[in-house]
Design a protein. Structure first.
Length: 247
């Protein structure tokens, strides 16, 4: 059984890491290259980079910035934002990503999941689901889809997704804990790994999420204090969470 993973997330807008509450009121949190390197050095299991404005601005992800981040990492790297075609996904892997994450484009044209999986392998395809009140939303959470998040997760797996990145918009940035009910529902419905996202405020929240999902995404809890990752790992060990030993 693979060990649970701790995955810092860099939400990037205008070339800077940002963070808000429930996808609003974004604040500048620092340079993605430096933060990514800090997390890699501190023992993160993976890193996620999401260009949160790419879809809204109708452009691909910032490939040059992705390449600069990738150069500083010694851990697996997932990149999302603005992936609308197989060519977009392939360009991110050439820039140094190990996996690509897609959201709106997959909801618009689900066949894209299969196309990317056929070219890159399912292990390189992550379907990100932004959910509010159990509903999957598109365009950085601004557009309702009428689709239940759990149903969309099942279809995404059937079409070739190797992982589900599930963000609860209701909990995002609140530091009040993950949406355990939604996470459990999705995790029970699919056989691929689920990454829980949105709401981490302390070690207990992360431990609870890792009792359900295979990985926990971390943002607000870390960005103000990147050195928090090492102490968080120790706290989780104390709570009985079996994590990889970080060098």
């Amino acid at each position: 059984m693979p060990l649970p993973r701790l995955i810092p997330c860099l939400d990037v807008a205008g070339g800077r890491v940002v963070k808000g509450v429930r996808f609003e009121n974004l604040r500048d949190m620092g340079d993605p290259v430096e933060l990514g390197a800090s997390y890699s050095d501190a023992g993160a299991d993976e890193l996620v980079f999401l260009d949160v404005m790419a879809t809204l601005e109708g452009r691909p992800a910032l490939v040059a910035l992705v390449a600069r981040v990738a150069e500083r990492l010694a851990i697996p790297f997932t990149v999302g934002g603005g992936v609308r075609s197989v060519a977009d996904g392939a360009s991110l892997l050439r820039a140094g990503a190990d996996k690509v994450s897609l959201n709106t484009a997959a909801l618009t044209r689900p066949a894209l999941i299969s196309e990317l999986a056929n070219l890159l392998g399912s292990q390189a395809v992550v379907v990100a689901i932004d959910a509010a009140d159990g509903e999957a939303r598109a365009r950085a959470g601004t557009e309702p889809t009428g689709r239940r998040a759990v149903d969309w997760a099942v279809e995404a797996e059937e079409r070739g997704a190797g992982e589900i990145l599930l963000t609860s918009m209701d909990a995002d940035g609140t530091r009040a804990g993950y949406d355990l009910e939604l996470t459990a529902e999705v995790a029970a419905a699919v056989s691929v790994p689920v990454i829980a996202s949105g709401g981490a405020g302390g070690a207990r929240h992360v431990a609870d999420a890792l009792g359900i999902a295979q990985a926990a995404l971390l943002a607000s809890i870390l960005h103000e204090r990147p050195d928090r990752l090492a102490s968080l790992r120790q706290e989780l060990h104390g709570l009985g969470v079996p994590l990889r030993d970080a060098a």
